[in-house]
Design a protein. Structure first.
Length: 163
């Protein structure tokens, strides 16, 4: 429901790309959450890196752009390193906590994307973007609250260890 609101006035081609990016990000989060309970962070990062490299290589012949300088190449390498470190911490978080508890922290991405968009490109979101972001945040907070209430109900229904 939130994606159509977020992309409200966008033309067709960017909508299709936004849909694909959203689905890819959701798939990435689901796979990360599922594998974090089975594999070590190092194994998960290796899987993601190999799959990402293979899938990215498919478009290389059609969309290759050579870096202009050693600085560009270094920045791309730094971007990969920072992304890998971030992925490692996401896996660690999923190993320690539940997804319903961790999801509200992802809302920081909405805030940072807004700030960086304004600073780097001089664009500020329109009203529909804020409405869509509100739907996303409200949905996440509702799910988190529901999961907390469900745990409290289940915990109250079970005999305590002290009894």
């Amino acid at each position: 429901m939130a994606l159509p609101v977020l992309r409200h006035p966008a033309p067709r081609a960017p909508q299709a790309r936004a849909d694909r990016r959203g689905r890819t990000c959701a798939l990435y989060q689901i796979v990360t959450r599922k594998t974090s309970s089975v594999d070590t962070p190092e194994t998960s990062i290796t899987y993601i890196a190999v799959v990402g490299a293979v899938l990215s290589s498919i478009v290389v012949p059609f969309d290759w752009v050579t870096t202009r300088s050693a600085l560009d190449l270094g920045l791309f390498c730094l971007l990969g390193l920072i992304g890998g470190i971030g992925h490692y911490f996401i896996i660690q978080a999923f190993q320690i906590g539940e997804a319903s508890v961790l999801s509200p922290f992802a809302y920081g991405q909405l805030i940072m994307a807004t700030v960086l968009s304004w600073l780097a490109f001089g664009t500020f979101p329109d009203v529909w973007t804020f409405v869509g972001a509100g739907v996303i945040v409200a949905s996440g907070l509702y799910i988190t609250d529901r999961e907390i209430r469900r745990k409290v109900t289940v915990t109250r229904g079970q005999p305590s260890a002290d009894a």
